[in-house]
Design a protein around this ligand. Structure first.
Ligand SMILES: Nc1ncnc2c1ncn2[C@@H]1O[C@H](COP(=O)(O)OP(=O)(O)O)[C@@H](O)[C@H]1O
Ligand SMILES: [Mg+2]
Length: 252
């Protein structure tokens, strides 16, 4: 059974069908990319998955549980974590404090039985582990808002990892990055697949084709097709409506 499923999801904005009976599934450990031209409805779909927007019809299932009507924090508690297109770090705090806050927010009762000093120790250790996981261990004392753009996006991913998600939603993680930063983000996302599934919305086609196990193509709110990178690359309809022959030829 799939880890995550969207079934017949519908969202209308007045007369506009922004999400048109969308079906989507993500398997355990899969990196699933969602691509499509501007205005296709990617962000609207992600908002419904994360719980920011209520769909007009359809269901969202995580691990077989219907989470369609759950508020955002309950979805997070169930293992659905999200990175934002605009980062939500605390810019005036250090990297360490950002990580500590995220760890503490999601630790729930896991440190409850420990003495206060051990509790603090446990939080610091968890923050250190997260920093190492994403490669930010060298800038723990830096002010988050003063970090280079790529490191800020990386910190945002680390914050989303604090709740040990089963499914991570990434909304354009490479946006605004230079080639070197993009490369590092690709490696980071690639390293996540051993622990979680990822739903990746991304315009950087090189990154998408390098990372994705499967790709869904959204056009005018509908899933035009879904398949492996190879299937998507050789799909004439996809080439016509979205990717363009040039992009496909440029992609190894
Ligand atoms: N809150 C809203 N109210 C009305 N229309 C919206 C709203 N949000 C998005 N839309 C429209 O829904 C369509 C899909 O938008 P969006 O989900 O942002 O697409 P994408 O992320 O793929 O660029 C667009 O036509 C957009 O103008
Ligand atoms: Mg968008």
């Amino acid at each position: 059974m799939s880890l995550f499923q969207v079934q017949g999801l519908v969202k209308r904005f007045g007369g506009l069908l922004a999400t048109d009976h969308v079906d989507l599934s993500v398997a355990h450990g899969e990196i699933h990319a969602l691509i499509g031209p501007n205005g296709a409805g990617k962000t609207t779909l992600v908002h419904q998955i994360s719980g920011l927007l209520a769909p007009d019809a359809g269901r969202v299932l995580l691990d077989g549980d219907d989470i369609t009507a759950l508020p955002m924090h309950r979805r997070v508690a169930k293992g659905l974590s999200r990175c934002f297109q605009v980062t939500r770090i605390f810019p005036a705090q250090t990297v360490r404090d950002n990580l500590l806050l995220a760890v503490q927010a999601h630790s729930g009762s896991s440190f409850r039985f420990l003495q206060p000093r051990s509790q603090a120790h446990g939080l610091y250790e968890a923050a250190d582990r997260l920093a190492e996981r994403v490669g930010l261990q060298g800038c723990m004392d830096g002010i988050a808002g003063a970090l280079p753009h790529g490191a800020q996006r990386t910190l945002d991913v680390a914050l989303a990892l604090a709740c040990a998600p089963k499914l991570l939603l990434l909304d354009e993680p490479m946006a605004g990055m230079g080639p070197e930063e993009s490369q590092q983000m690709v490696q980071l996302i690639d390293s996540l697949r051993q622990d979680m599934a990822v739903l990746l919305i991304e315009h950087d086609m090189e990154a998408v084709f390098r990372l994705a196990d499967r790709i869904s193509v959204l056009v005018y709110g509908r899933v035009l097709t879904a398949g492996t990178p190879h299937e998507i690359r050789s799909n004439a309809e996809v080439q016509a409506v979205y990717l363009g022959t040039e992009t496909l030829e440029a992609t190894p």
